[in-house]
Design a protein around this ligand. Structure first.
Ligand code: HEM
Length: 400
């Protein structure tokens, strides 16, 4: 696809393309349906992160970003003490932010891992070629990613999000020897930095319909594009999930939301409530923007360095189309390919049925998990160019 020039973006005023509407109706989802069971019910469009935002803004303004990044690079496992030498305010924040909430339930996390051992392949496919691609059709997110620092190097950017998708599915994700708490706390700091930096971007000022990005409503929208979308797809694929495992999977995502700084009063208590909130906040905003169209194209070409895009683009595009449907993919200008589109339509349902039937075999789910883990690690290795993935606080926006 031709690169969309900044000039044409500005000329178009960043207008949303395609038939899908960008909506943001009033917040009517009841806090009584949340994990907190109640709350003041403030509209999350106007709520960000009271604790992390002012702190990280100050870290950036006083020139401490390089120091903090060099130190947090060495903080990699949940139970590890925080690195010595952190500024006291950053240390205190991280110490508090790394604490799990009282409602964290180890038994549910165990059930979540059991679920991942059996269905990790579907989760990887849905996160990568469902949720990840859907993020380009969430206007607030597409613009935030496009104009922030990470937008200049999407392979690096995606490797970090893929790390979160990997970490949440590990056996010890939230245990002292796991890595998910670290990933969440660092990501919370990155989001706080973006809230401080992006409003200074000229491109952002001229295209975005909000001043400060990544509101709590935006956070929940992205959360649904990951958790609720995946859950609904598995149901559509007729994957039979024991209730305890489904609840466990939800619990992993509830904890992730909390550790990313989302208030408990916005985090749905059950899948039914999650889906109801998702219909309210995610469905109406899905649509294409010039930034999202370009990001989608960049993502689908990430493997083009291997094969020039000859096979990888149509394969990835068809998997995306299968997951997201024609309307969204056409709006994102994702190319059709009759062969590969039919391949997924005809081949995926029997593949899922075959794999599900195989779960009764003695080698499964351990064999499935090993195979899926090989694929997951391979994908992370490719995306990170074999280097360690380090989530770091940005000190500027996309310079391009
Ligand atoms: C950074 C995950 C919500 C925009 C990140 C990173 C992760 C992540 C893992 C670190 C990657 C990096 O350092 O580049 C998530 C999850 C979310 C969420 C799990 C919700 C559940 C959002 C939302 C927006 C957003 C709602 C915007 C509307 C960004 C941006 C960056 C970022 C702009 C920084 C990119 C950079 O400049 O490096 N996110 N995110 N995220 N996220 Fe999110």
């Amino acid at each position: 696809m031709d690169q969309i020039s900044r000039r044409s973006l500005l000329f178009s005023g960043g207008a949303t393309l395609g038939a899908l509407a960008v909506g943001s109706g009033a917040w009517t989802w009841p806090a009584s349906a949340s994990i907190a069971g109640g709350g003041p019910g403030a509209d999350p469009r106007w709520v960000w992160d009271d604790v992390a935002d002012p702190l990280i803004a100050d870290v950036i303004d006083r020139g401490d970003v390089d120091l903090v990044n060099s130190l947090i690079r060495t903080w990699t496992t949940n139970g590890q003490p925080l690195p010595a030498g952190l500024p006291a305010d950053v240390h205190d924040f991280m110490e508090s932010a790394r604490q799990l909430p009282s409602w964290a339930d180890p038994a549910k996390l165990d059930a979540s891992f059991t679920f991942t051992t059996k269905r990790g392949l579907y989760l990887g496919a849905l996160y990568g070629l469902g949720s990840g691609m859907m993020s380009t059709a969430i206007p607030h997110e597409a613009r935030a990613v496009y104009y922030s620092k990470g937008g200049a190097d999407m392979k690096d950017r995606i490797s970090k999000t893929a790390k979160l998708g990997y970490d949440i599915g590990t056996e010890n994700a939230f245990d002292p020897d796991g890595t998910m708490i670290v990933t969440c706390v660092k990501t919370r700091m990155v989001h706080a930095a973006v809230r401080h930096l992006l409003p200074k971007s000229g491109f952002w000022q001229q295209t975005a319909d909000q001043q400060v990005p990544i509101s709590q409503r935006d956070m929940m929208i992205t959360w649904h594009s990951l958790a609720s979308f995946t859950w609904q797809k598995l149901a559509a694929w007729k994957v039979q999930i024991p209730k305890a495992e489904g609840d466990g999977f939800l619990h992993s995502w509830q904890l992730t939301a909390h550790m990313l700084g989302i208030r408990d009063e916005y985090i749905p208590a059950t899948w039914d409530e999650a889906i109801s909130q998702s219909h309210q906040v995610l469905d109406p905003v899905l649509g294409a923007t010039p930034e999202g169209i370009e990001l989608a194209d960049t993502l689908l070409n990430l493997a083009a360095s291997v094969d020039g895009g000859a096979l990888s683009y149509p394969f990835l595009a068809a998997a995306t189309r299968y997951n997201l449907g024609d309307q969204l993919c056409d709006a994102l200008q994702i190319k059709r390919n009759v062969y590969w589109d039919n391949f997924f339509k005809a081949g995926w349902p029997p593949f899922v049925a075959f794999r599900e039937a195989g779960l009764a075999m003695p080698f499964a789910p351990a064999g499935y998990w090993m195979f899926d883990e090989f694929l997951r690690r391979g994908a992370l290795f490719y995306l990170s160019d074999g280097k360690p993935i380090s989530i770091e606080i940005p000190s500027g926006n996309n310079p391009n």
